[in-house]
Design a protein around this ligand. Structure first.
Ligand SMILES: Cc1cc2nc3c(=O)[nH]c(=O)nc-3n(C[C@H](O)[C@H](O)[C@H](O)COP(=O)(O)OP(=O)(O)OC[C@H]3O[C@@H](n4cnc5c(N)ncnc54)[C@H](O)[C@@H]3O)c2cc1C
Length: 381
């Protein structure tokens, strides 16, 4: 039986492996990963500090335990370097391996800005357990953290760091937090709540340069102002890892281009998770990855299955202002209707015919999440 090879042991890789094993206990399964293969919940990385979680306590299982559970051979600390889709083979840390079916679950890289200054390279980002270990060490015995980016991950870290007693500055060229997910009034409620928790906002401004200064850093912002901090965390977005797929001749766009069956443009090569683009959608969130993992497992087990995406709201883990968002699909015509009170914000996005296409709920309004989700059409039916 030709081996199924999964590259990556994040949520995408482990979900498809687990679901596949429910359907097929015989086919040899090989997983290769550049990290140590621990199973952990990545969303917890942005609210782990205040609750004192360490990389060790965040890891639920080691690679060896996962290998036993999944009846898989898991090779850790090895890197996929090239794929030859014609020969059904690949180079992994210098070794040539063959596959019957290959699944790319290689995730995404944090976007790095090419900033001026003698400490521009010192910015941290947190996208895996090892990054979290570095970040935890960098902030230990320090007091101030500056976060570039007021998106979901930036806001979650800001809230968590305030909870852990840090002085937090957040800088973003947008004029309200979560600009890609929330209409302005809803973003302003988040801004007020996090300011109440201790966040110092620098909105409508970008970071231009980062220089060393005493034991920390000086940031120069685009309006000419400066701020000093001990640690700089960059949270300005992720870019799907597509290089290896592109070099192998696979179609790529923002992500590795795949059909509804998660099949790439090359025979027997599939992709899911943060690296994949399904019918124009790059959805780097837990729920779509679980959906994709189940569908792909069935396809790998012999029954070609299209992924479906129901409406999948994302919970923003900011206890100072609990928020749930189901953004309207890109390009949807319509407008936001916002009702804003001191304890709740309810923003509904309706198209011209009055149908609900998205929502954003903040504060006490999050209680309406399930009812509104039921009203939304599926993203991919
Ligand atoms: C801080 C943070 C908070 C988040 N919070 C939420 C949330 O609240 N809700 C939500 O829905 N989503 C959240 N997300 C997003 C969600 O966690 C991700 O979408 C998901 O974990 C991505 O899983 P993945 O398997 O695609 O990628 P990853 O988990 O990044 O896994 C990629 C794997 O590929 C391996 N790899 C990469 N390149 C190679 C190579 N060349 N050779 C071998 N192995 C390779 C890596 O070692 C790794 O094992 C959050 C993300 C972050 C960073």
């Amino acid at each position: 039986m030709a081996t199924v090879v999964i590259v990556g042991t994040g949520l995408g890789g482990y979900t498809v492996a687990r679901e596949f094993r429910k359907l097929d206990r015989e086919t040899p399964l090989l997983m290769v990963t550049a990290d140590s293969g621990e199973f952990y919940s990545k969303p917890m990385l942005s609210n782990a500090l205040a609750s004192g979680k360490t990389p060790e306590t965040l890891a639920n299982a080691e690679a060896k335990q996962m290998a036993d559970r999944l009846q898989a051979d898991i090779r850790t600390q090895v890197t996929l370097q090239a794929i030859d889709p014609i020969a059904h083979s690949m180079a992994v840390s210098g070794e040539r391996l063959t596959y019957g079916k290959l699944v790319l679950a290689v995730g995404a890289d944090p976007v790095r800005l090419d900033l001026a200054g003698d400490a521009a390279h010192a910015m941290l980002s947190v996208n895996d357990l090892r990054d979290y270990a570095r970040f935890r060490e960098a902030v230990s015995a320090r007091r101030r953290v500056a976060i570039m980016g007021a998106g979901l991950i930036g806001c979650e870290f800001a809230n968590d760091l305030c909870g852990a007693g840090y002085s937090v500055d957040v800088i973003d060229p947008a004029t309200w937090p979560l600009p890609r997910l929330l209409p302005p009034q809803a973003g302003e409620s988040m801004q007020r709540a996090l300011a109440g928790a201790g966040v110092h906002w620098h909105l409508g401004r970008a970071v231009d340069r980062v220089d060393k200064c005493n034991r920390g850093y000086r940031l120069q912002l685009s309006d000419g102002s400066n701020l000093e901090t001990d640690v700089v965390l960059s949270a300005i977005g992720l870019r799907p890892r597509t290089d290896l797929a592109r070099q192998a001749g696979l179609s790529t766009n923002r992500g590795v281009f795949v059909s509804r069956s998660l099949q790439s443009s090359a025979a027997d090569v599939y992709a899911l998770g943060d690296c994949a683009e399904v019918e124009g959608l790059v959805l780097p969130y837990v729920m779509p990855i679980m959906q994709a993992g189940r569908a792909l497992a069935a396809t790998l087990a012999g029954e070609e299955t299209a992924v479906t995406y129901p409406a999948m709201p994302v919970v923003v883990k900011t206890p100072a202002w609990p928020t749930v968002v189901a953004p309207p699909p890109a390009g949807t015509d319509g407008q936001w209707e916002v009702r804003s009170e001191s304890t709740a914000v309810r923003a509904l996005f309706r198209d011209a015919s009055g149908s609900l296409k998205g929502f954003a709920l903040g504060g006490q309004a999050i209680a309406e999440k399930n009812a509104l989700t039921r009203e939304l059409p599926p993203l991919l039916g």
